[in-house]
Design a protein around this ligand. Structure first.
Ligand code: UGC
Ligand code: NI
Length: 163
């Protein structure tokens, strides 16, 4: 198996694939009589005209490193955001398109509290928590039609922690 080493999630490194959702140093606006900071418009949420955007909860089983990556998927009709409901780190695997299949994957480790938004039609691994509880709010496209394309690798990758 080809080994992919994890790397820390940063907005710059993730920019081709999506948005990193996290508190900024300074809020965009102070609201609620000065008792709340609004960190505004952190992600580009997309859906086709026939769909709509909805919020779901995912309760996912934690995985462990080294992680066997057998499949990646993408959603041609909309974006998909994952917001952890607990301050845990999770694994975010993404890849550029290489002709209707994923190119070489990147494996990002989030910092506790970071969330992500995958742009529409970006190849990614499924939600992969690394510790319990694996409960996430998910903001993605709801509607009829086929919004899931999977690609199963002939030879899995092994996602491993950087030394
Ligand atoms: N299938 C589904 O709803 N979840 C995946 O899209 C995922 O990225 O986890
Ligand atoms: Ni997905």
């Amino acid at each position: 198996m080809t080994v992919i080493l994890t790397e820390p999630l940063t907005a710059a490194a993730f920019a081709p694939f999506g948005d990193v959702i996290e508190l900024k140093g300074t809020p965009d606006k102070i609201i609620n009589q000065g008792l709340c900071g609004r960190h505004h418009d952190l992600a580009r949420v997309e859906a086709d005209a026939e769909g709509r955007v909805g919020i779901s909860l995912f309760d996912a089983e934690p995985r462990a490193l080294p992680y066997r990556l057998e499949m990646m998927e993408r959603h041609p009709l909309g974006s998909q955001a994952f917001l952890p409901l607990s301050p845990t780190s999770f694994l975010v695997i993404v890849a550029a398109d290489a002709g209707d299949r994923p190119g070489k994957p990147h494996a990002f480790l989030t910092a506790p509290g970071q969330g992500i938004n995958l742009f529409r039609n970006i190849w990614h691994g499924v939600l992969t928590p690394l510790s319990p509880p694996g409960v996430f709010a998910v903001v993605d496209r709801i509607g009829a039609g086929d919004n899931l394309q999977e690609y199963w690798f002939d030879t899995p990758y092994s996602i491993e922690a950087s030394p």
